[in-house]
Design a protein around this ligand. Sequence first.
Ligand SMILES: [Zn+2]
Ligand SMILES: [Zn+2]
Length: 377
Amino acid sequence: MSEFYALLGVARDASEAEIKKAYRKLAMEFHPDRNPAPEAEAKFKEITEAYEVLRDPQKRAAYDRYGKAGLGGSAGGGYGFHHVDLSEALNIFMRDFGGLGGFESLFGGGRQRADTHRGQDIRVTVKLSLADVAAGIKKTVRFKAPDRCATCQGSGAKPGTKPVTCTTCGGSGEVRRAARSMFGQFVSVSPCPTCAGEGVVIQDTCEICRGEGRVRAEKTVTVEIPAGVSTNNYLTLRGQGAVGPRNGPAGDLIVMLDIKDDDRFERQGDDLIFDLPLSFSQVALGVQVKVPTPYGEEEVRVAPGTQPETIVRLRGRGLPVLGQSSKGDLIVRIHVWTPERLNAEQERLFQELSKHEGEPPKRSPGFWSKLKEALGA
Ligand SMILES: [Zn+2]
Ligand SMILES: [Zn+2]
């Protein structure tokens, strides 16, 4: 079960990035638009097939355990593993690497097929609370997007009829022309004008989708949102967007995040700030208070003689760091509040206290403006 790894020349424990890099390098070498050798096309299909399995963690795990058998046949469910044909291989390459870059413009032709055939990306916004961010959450999103036409199975052809192979391009969807130039011989490839690059021509169109191969639909997708996300993160669910016309590859579902402010906390990256107002007598005598965290309340011991604006840091009680097991801190900022109105009894007590307060302690310059971080918290 190391065939796919060997094809890409990567180790069994290669990372996703390594697999992607190895495939890209080989694809640039064997891409039929770059490599006119007759065996290049077959090689390009093979490496793309290997890449398509290994880039997907679930398919890769199935392949690691059971080999190609673990991927299931196209008829028997599973991952519908099948040998990719050239157009699929080119689409996969286009999807992940966007073509050959400057190469295409130099050699003309270009490859619009994957673009015209691919369904649109769909953008949805998911609302989250801070508790959702702290714990991670599964959200179900519903959106309108074209889906495969069930009547014609996405082919666009009237049931009982079949699209016929395009005679202009013989089904490849592209017209190639070999030409000579001062740089040597090269092959120019362009989409077939007869079938618009599809390789087939529909003679009787499906009446339900009018040959489009897809119909209006509402889709429901469950999105797993990891803990620690922030508003500028978004998730891309490959192939969960709109399906392409006539069984073209589906676009992506792009999930934007709208995180509602939690008025208890101020978020600062993975840290949360909580403002704790304490009375003069509480900070003078010391006090044990409960403060909220995203994971429930927590006791904080405030030492006798704590100064205003002291910071108590509760380590690991902030938000999870995205993609890691660590968490930020909950920063408790202690403020001292002064009563705005006194009743008779309070007034008497403050009068009494004022006789015993004495002088302010001697402090070094700058002490009063400095934020002091409490130790041992
Ligand atoms: Zn149809
Ligand atoms: Zn054609």
